[in-house]
Design a protein around this ligand. Structure first.
Ligand SMILES: NC(=O)c1ccc[n+]([C@@H]2O[C@H](COP(=O)([O-])OP(=O)(O)OC[C@H]3O[C@@H](n4cnc5c(N)ncnc54)[C@H](O)[C@@H]3O)[C@@H](O)[C@H]2O)c1
Length: 242
């Protein structure tokens, strides 16, 4: 029997890699969509070595025609995980309009393109999980990123309402600080300061996010839609843990 297909953007690295492993272990055939060819091949090999099934497609997810062609050539997706995202750490005054536009293209417009193409063919029980960030509540030095992740949350809610009548659920996961290569965008001093703000005193693991995505991508999770699940070691609680 053909396995249900799950597409994971940014599935080659960090959180996306852990989501790929987890969804493959859950029984999905995972389509890893990424810019990084060697890492995507590694992710597919890792899944195969664990007895799962995956393939990779190299694509810039901001390429509208490329997204339409890719999704049109796949069987209807059981799950779409909009995980790929970019992040720059810089003071507000240094942020350019070009930075802002590129962050929106990758973090907001691309998930829209993927969701539009996927929903057109998705059957009842389809699942969309968007990776937002705890930072959408507010963070310094990341104005374009924070604004883009706020948009991801609003997009999740709006899309959930659009597709609820078709039995498709759309939710978001808002990770806190997670130990992945994206943190290289922070200077060692900024990373230390971020870690000091963690109620648990440490960053989370990509597997913590993959666990939440597995839950929301499951056909068994059928009465939850338009929600944001914080996976952030309590940081969104806003208080001091000391
Ligand atoms: N790591 C954290 O602390 C953290 C916290 C909150 C939210 N997030 C979010 O989690 C998601 C994954 O982040 P990560 O930490 O694993 O990052 P990462 O940099 O390790 O991985 C991101 C992946 O996305 C791919 N990618 C980037 N732009 C792309 C494009 N245009 N087309 C196709 N692929 C593209 C990259 O090649 C990379 O493989 C992002 O949306 C990020 O904003 C991360």
């Amino acid at each position: 029997m053909t396995k249900p297909h799950a597409l994971v953007t940014g599935g080659a690295s960090g959180i996306g890699r852990a989501i790929t492993r987890r969804l493959a272990a859950d029984g999905f055939h995972v389509v890893v969509v990424d810019l990084n060819e060697p890492l995507a091949a590694e992710a597919v090999a890792e899944v195969a070595a664990a007895g799962g099934s995956a393939e990779s497609r190299i694509l810039d997810i901001t390429d509208e025609a490329g997204v339409e062609a890719l999704i049109g050539a796949l069987p209807p997706l059981a799950a779409l995980v909009n995980n790929a995202g970019i992040f720059k750490d810089q003071p507000f005054a240094a942020a350019s309009a070009a930075d802002f536009r590129r962050t929106y293209e990758v973090n907001v417009v691309a998930p829209f393109l993927l969701a539009r193409a996927a929903v057109a063919r998705m059957g009842e029980g389809g699942r969309i999980v968007n990776i937002a960030s705890r930072a959408y509540l507010g963070a310094k030095n990341q104005i374009d990123y924070v604004a883009s992740k706020g948009a991801v949350v609003s997009f999740t809610r709006a899309l959930a309402m659009e597709v609820i009548g078709r039995g498709i659920a759309v939710n978001a996961v808002a990770p806190g600080l997670i130990d992945t290569p994206i943190l290289r965008a922070l200077t060692p001093e900024r990373l230390k300061a971020q870690l000091a703000l963690q109620p648990t005193g440490a960053a989370g693991r990509p597997e913590d996010i993959a666990h939440a995505v597995s839950f929301l991508a499951s056909p068994a999770t059928c009465f939850i839609t338009g929600q944001v699940l914080f996976v952030d070691g309590g940081k969104s609680l806003g208080g001091s843990a000391v």
